[in-house]
Design a protein. Structure first.
Length: 283
């Protein structure tokens, strides 16, 4: 029952965040209208993007609803959690398909529907590769120290005091239970390459950019970071992922290139995988 309760907490947070986002956008629009200004339309985003951004986001936002249903299904009549099935190639390919689909949807909306150049919109050519690498290493090390070892430790201790026996995220369990090197390599590719690209182009590139244009940097970073943390479906990781997302938003604003948060995200995931795998052998 603890697992079900934790999933319901995540679902409640997502619903509250979405309501707060809608109310916040309405308040900002009303204030600007009263001051004689509509929602500003930059060369990149306008009010229509506030609606279009949820089309690809639905693939992730449905996650908490699915996790609640799955947790209830995996609980027997006595409230005891039933063991999950071993990780499968089908589930791995499904996740990869989701990442590819989300990326293609963002690309289609930006390039074909909104008729904008994605390279210019996301600053893909603004920062050279050497600088991206430097930002990735420096920001990645800082993110690991802050989000994993400091905030993560505090969150783990705090959440474990309220919920006992919570499980890891599904991708994490897939890596932990990998029975072959082929499966492990594919799971690592999904976590280090596919996930950072798809999630950053959606959350930081499209959603954060559109919401920041309509409201402001602070409100947008908080809302997007809450959604980013919730859709990962793990309550102990909620606070560390929220802080990490705020760092990614700052990195994007500071450099103007989406490749920097993509690099940070990949570095963050890769480091966590290395730390996890060094604690257990793979046959």
């Amino acid at each position: 029952m603890e697992e079900v309760a934790a999933k319901y907490v995540l679902l409640d947070i997502e619903i509250i965040t979405l309501l707060a986002l809608a109310i916040g956008v309405g308040i900002f629009a009303a204030v600007r209208r009263k001051m004689g200004h509509l929602i500003p339309a930059t060369s990149n985003w306008d009010i229509y993007d506030l609606f279009l951004m949820f089309l690809p986001a639905l693939m992730f936002l449905m996650g908490p609803f699915i996790l609640v249903a799955a947790a209830q299904t995996a609980t027997d009549s006595k409230g005891v959690q039933i063991d999950d099935a071993a990780p499968s190639y089908g589930a791995l390919f499904f996740n990869l398909g989701i990442y590819i689909f989300v990326f293609m949807m963002v690309h289609a909306i930006v390039e074909w529907i909104r008729l904008r150049n994605m390279s210019e919109v996301f600053g893909l050519k603004k920062v050279g590769f050497p600088r991206v690498v430097i930002y990735t290493i420096v920001g990645g090390v800082f993110s690991i120290l802050l989000c994993v070892w400091l905030v993560g430790s505090i969150s783990e201790h705090w959440i474990s005091g309220m919920f006992e026996g919570l499980r890891e995220q599904v991708p994490v369990r897939s890596l932990q239970q990998a029975e072959s090197r082929v499966f492990l390599v594919m799971a690592i590719f999904s976590a280090v390459v596919a996930a950072p690209i798809a999630e950053e182009f959606l959350f930081r590139g499209y959603m954060y950019g559109a919401l920041k244009n309509a409201t402001g940097r602070l409100f947008a970073s908080v809302m997007i970071s809450l959604l980013f943390a919730v859709v990962h479906g793990n309550l102990p990781a909620l606070l560390p992922l929220f802080v990490f997302s705020v760092i990614l938003c700052f990195a994007y604003d500071f450099t103007g290139s989406l490749w920097v948060p993509v690099g940070l995200h990949a570095f963050f995931n890769a480091t966590n995988i290395v730390l996890m795998l060094t604690q257990q052998p793979i046959e």
